[in-house]
Design a protein around this ligand. Structure first.
Ligand code: TXE
Length: 497
């Protein structure tokens, strides 16, 4: 196993990594694709291509779905739960054995700082460990029907599950979909984002090395149009887990409607972090900073709106701006505080929001410009930015920028903060900073979001169910809730007299 140091040296010398696979992973091996067309994957920190991957077609998708269907019907749904558990547990260990390769690959593909990529890979291992423990605990209920009957439920796997994965958390999103699906007895066909295809492929091989039977987990790479769309439209797919934009989520949902295919949609957010005057300032400053600048703000659950009580607004934003100005930028492998954004197109999107805001006379108190890696002059970087005192109906307060841009909204008091927090089309996450626990829990109940963090943004791990309300989508991943998406409850009632 190559160490991080070996991999960094190899990348510095060759501009690529030889361990990166080519081809789709189908039936337990890297398969010959239907066509030899490839696409480039880019290192956002250098803004240049570093590897090629296969551009899949509907034919490849069909092959992967057929393989998953056969594996579901002939092997996996009838594999003993304890055996599934052992394979997932082994996969968890193998992910950690491959920690450096997976993390360096993730950094090169997505741009994120290496320390964050290492955290993501460890999180993926933990996700497999968590669901390994759940395989043999998918118990049903029995219900009292009186002396003449017996009634009970069993949880059956839904079948072949499709996973459409975005580019911001490639291995984390793959793991949080694959692990519960496999635990429940489903098979998997995944389509990673065309910007970040590699860790899903490596993960599929690791699962195979852990003993997962051939065909139980297949990965097809390519564009959304050429591989994602045929996968979500496939008549032999029973369930779709989609993570991405509202627009594509809508398309996926319409496609799924044709076949009445189940869907879980995780569509991003514009999450408020409510900071009240009685908060622990240091805790809140640290929390707000991490909530928006981690992964350069490219997190569906980023705390992208600071909703701050008026009496502490000026001081707090001043202190925050000082910290933001001190953040280091650089290539992900150099472990900066903030890395690049994922692509040239995405950089233009982020910059467009700020250009338009500037034209409207926005009060930009930190950052606000496109920039480069100071060490090389390369890469797709946007300065960590704060825009102060934004109106609730401004696009900066309503739309997902998905970049290192914090929008500040000023609230008169806790009630006004609640109003501002809920005045948004999204409802994924909210943070609350206050030392008044009763008030924190009152707000937690009244904020319309799938999850609430009190006094620590991003608190908890795989144990905490995750998903959105409103335009953030529906369905829950992670936790035991996450298993339910991959199960069909069957009720059985019998006369016994
Ligand atoms: O998303 P898309 P994009 C948000 C974020 C970002 C915006 C656009 O605001 O700026 O979306 O990003 C696949 N059928 N999020 O263009 O198009 C595609 O190949 C099936 C939030 O990258 O939704 C990729 O694998 N699949 C988000 C995945 O969908 C299709 C994470 C996401 O791409 C498809 C990413 C189709 N017709 C972006 N078209 C989050 N919720 O965390 C594309 N895809």
């Amino acid at each position: 196993m190559s160490s991080a140091i070996d991999l960094l040296k190899e990348y510095a010398e060759t501009g690529t990594l030889k361990a990166l696979p080519l081809g789709h992973f189908i039936d337990g091996a890297f398969a010959q694709p239907s066509h030899n067309r490839t696409l480039e994957s880019f290192d956002p920190g250098r803004s240049m291509a570093f590897a090629r991957f296969t551009a899949g077609t509907a034919e490849d998708v069909d092959q992967a779905v057929m393989s998953s269907r056969a594996a579901f019907e002939t092997v996996w749904r009838d594999t003993a739960p304890v055996e599934r558990a052992r394979i997932l547990q082994k996969a968890s260990a193998l992910i950690l054995d491959n920690l450096d390769l997976l993390a360096v690959t993730e950094t090169l593909d997505s741009g994120k700082p290496l320390q964050e990529a290492l955290g993501d890979v460890r999180g993926a291992a933990r996700t497999f460990e968590y669901y390994a423990g759940a395989c043999d605990k998918l118990q049903g209920d029995s219900f009292p029907l009186g002396p003449d009957h017996i009634g009970y439920t069993i949880h059956e796997p839904v079948g072949v599950t499709a996973h459409i994965i975005p580019w911001n958390f490639p291995i984390s999103t793959a793991a949080r979909g694959f692990a519960p699906a496999l635990a429940a007895g489903c098979t998997v066909v995944a389509k990673p984002a065309e910007q970040t295809p590699f860790t899903a492929l490596l993960l599929a091989r690791i699962l195979s090395d852990a003993g997962l039977p051939d065909g139980v987990c297949n990965v097809v790479t390519g564009t959304g149009r050429e591989t994602g769309a045929p996968l979500t439209a496939h008549t032999d797919v029973d369930h779709i887990t989609f993570t991405g934009s509202v627009q594509t989520g809508r398309t996926v949902m319409k496609t799924a409607a044709e076949e009445i295919t189940r869907v879980v949609l995780e569509l991003g957010g514009k999450s408020p972090v409510v900071v009240l005057a009685d908060c622990d300032r240091e805790q809140a400053l640290t929390g707000v900073l991490g909530a928006i600048y981690e992964n350069a703000g490219q997190i569906c659950s980023a705390g992208s709106r600071l909703v701050i009580e008026k009496s502490i607004h000026e001081q707090f934003v001043g202190d925050l701006a000082a910290r933001v100005n001190a953040l280091t930028l650089g290539h992900g492998l150099e472990k900066p505080d903030v890395g690049p954004v994922n692509s040239a197109g995405h950089l233009a999107k982020v910059a467009g929001f700020i250009d338009r805001a500037r034209e409207r006379g926005a009060n930009i108190v930190a950052g606000g410009s496109v920039t480069h890696d100071p060490a090389t002059g390369k890469g797709w970087f946007f300065e960590p930015t704060i825009v102060d005192a934004v109106a609730a109906d401004d696009e900066l307060a309503q739309d997902e920028i998905f970049g290192p841009v914090l929008t500040v909204q000023v609230a008169d008091d806790a009630d006004h903060a609640l109003e501002l927090a809920n005045d948004c089309q999204y409802g994924l996450v909210a943070g609350i900073y206050t030392s008044n626990f009763a008030r924190a829990h009152q707000l937690a109940r009244r904020i319309d979001a799938g999850q609430i963090y009190i006094n620590e943004y991003f608190a908890g791990g795989v144990e905490v169910p995750f998903g959105g309300n409103k335009k953030s989508g529906f369905g829950r991943e992670k936790g035991l809730e996450g298993l339910k998406s991959y199960c069909k409850t069957k009720s059985i009632a019998a006369r016994i007299t």
